[in-house]
Design a protein around this ligand. Sequence first.
Ligand SMILES: Cc1cc2nc3c(=O)[nH]c(=O)nc-3n(C[C@H](O)[C@H](O)[C@H](O)COP(=O)(O)O)c2cc1C
Length: 354
Amino acid sequence: MAEQRATGGTEMKLAGNSAPLTFVLTSIAWREAWKYRDRAYRYCLHDMGHAWQGLALAAQAIGCDGFATGRFPDDEVSEFIHLAHDEWPMLVVEIRGSSIPATRANNQETVWYGGIPNELSVHQVSHPLIDAMHRATKPNSAVETAYIPSDEGSGEIKLPSPALSNRAFGEVARMRRSALDFRGGSESISLAQLSAILAAATQPLAADFADDRFIQLYLYVHRVDELEPGVYRYWPRHGQLELIRSGDQRVAAAGLSLAQDLAGNACVAFSMIGDLDRAARAHGDRGYRYVHFEAGAIGHHLYIAAEALGLGATGIGAFYDDEVNRYLNLTPEQGQVVYHFAIGYPVHDSRIGA
Ligand SMILES: Cc1cc2nc3c(=O)[nH]c(=O)nc-3n(C[C@H](O)[C@H](O)[C@H](O)COP(=O)(O)O)c2cc1C
């Protein structure tokens, strides 16, 4: 449901803002923090990545382009759109395209309807670490953004052409749900299906922070045709997989994912490794947000690709960070785990469908 908050010249003076339709995506961190404590800040950022790609892919499906801006003056944007103090703007997504009529109301006086947001609770529990994290990632000093290319390696397994899906985007987007668990039997996915999933994960992202990518994918392969079980690193430029650890990974993947069975019952699970240092060198402390936006965006593409191929997927934010980094033998220069994911054959979910 959409509520009209204002009429008139609501055009925002953001970098190059001239789009007929602009979304400001916001987070209320304590809505998640009551459950996930300080870790909730990361989930808010992941959620942004998912929501951004939800919008961008829907726009693309109707012939429009979406562009996300992560670098903007937080407090000015909050003030401009009259956000309550606990609602934070995180991403500004502009949508352009011939199917959106470009009627402008530039010269009209802005009339604010205001509106009073629901109070989530009369008692607000403070989460000082989240507040500090958010403050630290506001760009209060000008950082020169610099393009720092990532290292590119190679692997011994060349992926085949991606499997195709003939399902329409609208149907796929509407049907996508997180799997509660996966059927852990003998059913496998093909290498061409995995190739399609990985191609979707490395689609270009249109944003002021996405020219350079900070996430690398590690795969826990349980049941993929033609691939022996093991941990693999994905090198996207040449579409190759590098085997970095052989053997059955089902117990390890589930254990590392906070003992969640779904990561072991899937056909393939993922650790997304974020190069936070390189992001900080390129974007200052705000780079922390961007790495998590990118992880969420990749997660959204994984959800859509899995659904299009008749599979199920689940984002996994709960995992043992240090244990994952150790298990994958990551050096500090390689980064650290920021998000997990699992794809396979979903168990029947009685909450949805018959
Ligand atoms: C950032 C993020 C972290 C998540 N972490 C977990 C998790 O650790 N375990 C799990 O079973 N589901 C996890 N989920 C899946 C959510 O529970 C699910 O997306 C949510 O219930 C909404 O359902 P839907 O995806 O079907 O719309 C996560 C989802 C996101 C976006």
